[in-house]
Design a protein around this ligand. Sequence first.
Ligand code: HEC
Length: 103
Amino acid sequence: MYSKNKPAFFFTVILIVVFGCSQALYIPTFADSQNAGVSTDTLALGRKLYVNNCGSCHSLYLPAQYTKNEWVKVMPEMQKKANCNDQQVAIITKYLKARSRQE
Ligand code: HEC
């Protein structure tokens, strides 16, 4: 039974990989910018910096996987690893915190 459905299984996996990853990382909206108290442009820049600097060693963690405090805690170590300056990290952190997990 399993082997009969193998092509369908792999097709489904490919669909999840292709569409799942690209849609999961949210695109900032006006509502996000109001909640976070920063402009949509800043959040969009944070997303871009995050994608460009944080995905080379591990897959990109979703903002909702960690609380605000957890994000703040992990950033200094990851800043060293990613070689980002303080300003870049501050903007990335704003993006991540704007849709972080509820404490
Ligand atoms: C040079 C490789 C590298 C880069 C670049 C990198 N990371 Fe990591 N990251 C790691 C490794 C290795 C771990 C797991 C071990 C650890 O916690 O140190 C990790 C773990 C994490 C975790 C999980 C921590 C936990 O305790 O659950 C988060 C969240 C994270 N990284 C976020 C980021 C962010 C945000 C950036 C961009 C600023 C980034 N990483 C860039 C190597 C990297």
